[in-house]
Ligand binder design. Sequence first.
Ligand code: KG4
Ligand code: ZN
Length: 385
Amino acid sequence: MVEDGNVLLSSVVASSAKLQAQYGGVVPELAARSHIEVVNSVVQQALDDAECGWDDIDAIAVTYGPGLGGSLLVGVLTARTLAIVHNKPLYAVNHVEAHVYSNFLTKVKGSRQAVTPTYNLPAAQPTFPLLALVVSGGHTQLVLFRDHHDYTLLGQTHDDAIGEAFDKVAKILGLPYPGGPGVERLAREGDATAYHFPKARLAHISPGLQALRDSKHKTREATIPHSAEPKATSPTSRLLPYAATHSYDFSFSGLKTAVLRAAQQAVGADHTLPSKDLPQRLSEAHKANIAASFTRVAFETVVDKTLAAYAEFCPTSVVIAGGVAASPELRRQLSKRLPCPIEYTDARLCTDNAAMIATLGYFHAARQMPVANAYTLDIHPNLSM
Ligand code: KG4
Ligand code: ZN
């Protein structure tokens, strides 16, 4: 539960991580069933932790996509029912956009501090224009926000998301799902230059990015006479050269395959050796070196593109969001290379949670965005930004 778009009142997460670890990933039907089993008690716990009753609630927010159909259905049907029963307005929000809004939480209400260990939140809300790097198990995107609800998708992955690549590499190394934290921990013991894994080079420009570049070009031409145009002297343009043809798209499937081939080679096998046979044959040194080399390339890729987008669009804030944003190593690399201060939110608010949904819901309500129809709201598993 969230108050005024910046105060965290409660955050209850029922994780099916144990179930996922058992099956090595998310099984859609099992995920939906476990949602049904816990959803009512999670809602009640959120109210109890915040010491609130339904009379204190102004509105309900729910994510209607993107995501797994079964899980979205459980959430949407629950929210629709609660909105009708308690006569509250219902706001339907985009799950990926909501990840960015975990960075807008800056305070925890007093009583909550006593219930859970203190949350490490940013001191202030980010400002616009805002550059957001969304890195999760399902998404890898760079998004430029001009204001709330006014944004352009600069680029996204063509295949695997970065979190998915971490999860697949974890499998090759015999680490449990979700793989990110384990791969990163193992990487600390290895040599990050032992393997030279490839970085994908993409030329694709998203339609939104092209339109943004065209409009930027026109604005500059209209306002600055060519002869008088100043040389680029801002600290960012000196530090971070970028091409106006730069693509902000990503691809991680080649990197994942390169890791698989390197692991097969390290044990003297060819490409026919299945990945499930690798963990018991790889030495601990090989595993650590593969983890370190993969982590370096994966993080360098997203940090390089974030820096290029920063140089091109000069945002006043940069945020990272999504499960992979919990990574201390990604935070370290970004803070080191970005020529502006960056604040990070608590790792518990980076992975999937309902507080980020409520925060974006608040901004829908505050800006008088259309309310969803509680009798007809449908899910959109492939909803994009
Ligand atoms: O946002 P999220 O909780 O769920 C999705 O919407 O996908 O992200 C989960 C992803 C998983 O792929 C997991 O491996 C990754 O986040 N992850 C990490 C770390 N913690 C979680 N990846 C790298 N380093 C971490 N510390
Ligand atoms: Zn997510």
